[in-house]
Design a protein around this ligand. Structure first.
Ligand code: GLA
Length: 359
């Protein structure tokens, strides 16, 4: 059996693909695969929720119809084949307590889980670094190309900790979350499917950040930030008339640093303010929020949260809400009342669980 958790990003949004550190945590909710190795190259997978899929693993797999979940299985097989070649297949069943399409990275968790199942069935050891070489690119196969945050969080998180993921060079630092801190993930009920229009918007935001960087002449955002303060970078942005995307990326990078410091020092008020500042930057500079997410953040604050922000790509989806553990039920009840007109079932208590390779 292999199990790959979903994640919620605490802070560091729309900067992973620019190579800057981010701070997600893995959830105690995951995709689980029970598998048996096969003696041939067939991959046969059954999911209680999505039915049965069966295909032959060949060196150059192509996607099936758009939106078919078989593409996630194929993406994993193709990612492995690109590095190690085709191997033997599996007979497998999938079950999950990770809700799909809720901004909790269930699709990356599925690709991670299938990849690990196929590798383990073939007694192939793969390091975290090797998996990170193939997984983010592998997801391109299903039409999305995010950064590496979701896969890294799903693979390498540690129970009770947030994961400070650094991409250049790749490293994960486990930051213990103070025991009286609590996080909720609340759905804005505005669906942001990672396909169609949202995908194009995501790519446009990514391109805007890259274009802004090019204007500065720096080779990377890390280089732009190195040895400079936020004030220096704001002055640079003003002098060079850089687009707002530049300021989002660099200020968000500083917020991640400060958030890690706040977590280490158990400074919950500061951590909360950083989440709110991140949301404001995503809303105003990158324009990836939406009215429902803005209202949700407001409702969280009115209910006694210390901070809240949209989490994941944005354009809808979920907000992460931060509060003291002692205030958890009050914040939860306040949100149900204020945002969901009394209807429960749209909020998840996010507890930091282990990653797939640490479990
Ligand atoms: C999506 C991607 C991530 C990251 C976020 C934005 O969730 O999968 O890699 O880019 O958007 O921070």
């Amino acid at each position: 059996m292999v199990s790959a958790p979903g994640r919620v990003n605490l802070i560091g949004e729309h900067i992973d693909y620019h190579g800057l550190p981010v701070l997600p945590m893995a959830l105690r909710r995951s995709i689980r695969i029970h598998f048996q190795p096969r003696a041939d190259c067939r991959i046969r997978v059954t999911s209680g929720a999505y039915g049965h899929r069966d295909f032959l693993w060949t060196p150059n797999l192509t996607p099936v119809a758009r939106g078919d979940w078989e593409n996630y299985l194929r993406a994993a097989a193709q990612a492995i084949a690109g590095k190690w070649g085709v191997m033997n297949g599996i007979d497998a069943t999938i079950d999950a307590d990770l809700p799909p399409a809720a901004g909790l990275s269930s699709s990356s968790a599925l690709i991670v889980a299938v990849t690990l199942a196929l590798l383990r069935a073939n007694l192939r050891e793969a390091s975290f670094e090797e998996l990170m070489e193939i997984l983010p690119d592998g997801e391109q196969f299903v039409g999305t190309r995010g950064g590496g945050m979701d896969h890294a969080a799903s693979l390498a998180s540690r129970e009770g900790c947030a994961s400070l993921i650094q991409f250049v060079p790749l490293a994960v630092h486990h930051i213990p979350i103070p025991p009286d801190w609590a996080f909720l993930v609340a759905n804005s009920l505005h669906t942001a499917e990672k396909s169609g229009a949202v995908r194009e918007q995501y790519n446009a935001v990514r391109a805007a950040g890259t274009l802004a960087l090019r204007q500065t002449g720096f080779a990377s955002y890390s280089e732009a930030i190195h040895g400079r303060t936020e004030i220096d970078l704001c002055a640079l942005a003003a002098a060079q008339h850089l687009p707002p995307a530049f300021l989002h990326v660099v200020t968000e990078a500083f917020r991640v640093r400060h958030a890690v410091q706040a977590m280490r020092e158990d400074d919950s008020a500061r951590f909360g303010r950083l989440l709110l500042a991140s949301h404001a930057s995503l809303r105003d500079r990158l324009q990836v929020s939406c009215p429902a997410l803005d209202r949700l953040v407001e409702a969280a604050m009115d209910s006694g949260a210390l901070g809240a922000r949209l989490t994941g790509a944005g354009f809808g989806g979920c907000a992460v809400v931060f509060c003291r553990r002692a205030d958890l039920s009050q914040v939860h009840a306040g949100l149900v009342e204020r945002f969901y007109s009394g209807t429960p079932g749209h909020i998840l208590h996010a507890e930091p669980g282990p990653g797939a390779v640490n479990s």
